[in-house]
Design a binder for this molecule. Structure first.
Ligand SMILES: C[S@@+](CC[C@H](N)C(=O)[O-])C[C@H]1O[C@@H](n2cnc3c(N)ncnc32)[C@H](O)[C@@H]1O
Length: 277
């Protein structure tokens, strides 16, 4: 695995083996003021006939939001099994930094909660640029730190104390230099927005779920945790999300003027050949 430092790569793989579907279990419960989830925000305005590829799809939460064809890609067999059990298909097991997919074929690439896992991020952005049609579009959902209310900030401090740790990611490449990073991969950002979603906390399980969804490499995956400190939970905690939409820098045809294509998966033996051979 070349996508992130070996220790992180192993950690993420093991994490998803022990917690399949955990990201969806948290984010699908989050809503904005209109009642939409972060996934609905990500897919908002997709053209119904788009060929959509969801990279690092996990349990496949975007499947139901796509009217056209959908292919989910992930390297975790446990996540893919979970996606299948939730009725989501078509699924491909692959590393998003080396996709078995022909160039220039995807109308839309969705990438939810994964760009911060690839270091450097340019490796996956280059792959995304390669597989997008000239008029294609990347939509990425990322964790961020704002907007949050003052109460949210206090509540997170309480959560971090209760969990004796806080979430971490292998890479945070898109904080300040997103435009530069995307441009270097031949993509131009057309929209970059952040929004606060509300995660309701009704029971102790809701608190446990949000803490369990965090990557905390200091904690041993799947092992019993030390007893959590007492936490007086608020009824709701804010979850800030960032949505980046980008297009290939040079567009040979305008958006909306797409010719119909089918996402063609290359058989494994072709993956070592030059991609456009
Ligand atoms: C935080 S989860 C997000 C899952 C899903 N997109 C969602 O939003 O619910 C990150 C996912 O990325 C996958 N992943 C991480 N690095 C990957 C890579 N290099 N290739 C393929 N999948 C990867 C993990 O297996 C995991 O399913």
């Amino acid at each position: 695995m070349t996508s992130c430092r070996p220790a992180w790569s192993d950690y993420i793989d093991t994490f998803h083996t022990h917690h399949p579907g955990i990201t969806e279990d948290v984010l699908a419960r989050c809503t904005d003021e209109t009642g939409a989830s972060p996934y609905a925000w990500l897919a908002d305005g997709l053209e119904p006939d788009s060929q959509v590829l969801d990279l690092a799809c996990g349990s496949g939460p975007t499947r139901a939001l796509v009217a056209g064809s959908w292919v989910g890609v992930d390297y975790s067999s446990t996540e893919l099994r979970g996606a299948l059990e939730r009725g989501r298909a078509t699924l491909v097991r692959a590393d998003v930094t080396n996709l078995p997919i022909r160039s220039g074929i995807a109308d839309v690439v969705l990438c939810s909660m994964a760009l911060m896992l690839i270091d450097p991020c340019s490796v996956v952005l280059d792959e995304i640029r390669r597989i997008l049609t000239p008029a294609g579009e990347l939509r990425a959902l990322l964790p961020t730190t704002r907007p949050l209310t003052v109460s949210d900030r206090w509540n997170y401090l309480g959560l971090f104390t209760a969990a004796r740790s806080r979430p971490r990611f292998p890479a945070t490449p898109l904080r300040r230099n997103a435009a530069h990073t995307f441009t270097a991969s031949g993509l131009v950002i057309t929209s970059d927005q952040s929004q606060r979603f509300s995660y309701p906390i009704g029971t102790r399980t809701d608190v446990d779920r949000i803490i369990e969804s965090w990557y905390r490499p200091g904690r041993r995956n799947g092992k019993a945790e030390p007893r959590r400190r007492r936490y007086v939970s608020p009824p709701v905690i804010g979850v800030p999300m960032r949505r980046i939409i980008a297009r290939p820098t040079t567009q040979s045809s305008p958006p909306g003027n797409r010719t119909r294509r089918t996402i063609v998966l290359e058989p494994p033996e072709r993956r070592s050949l030059p991609r456009d051979a």
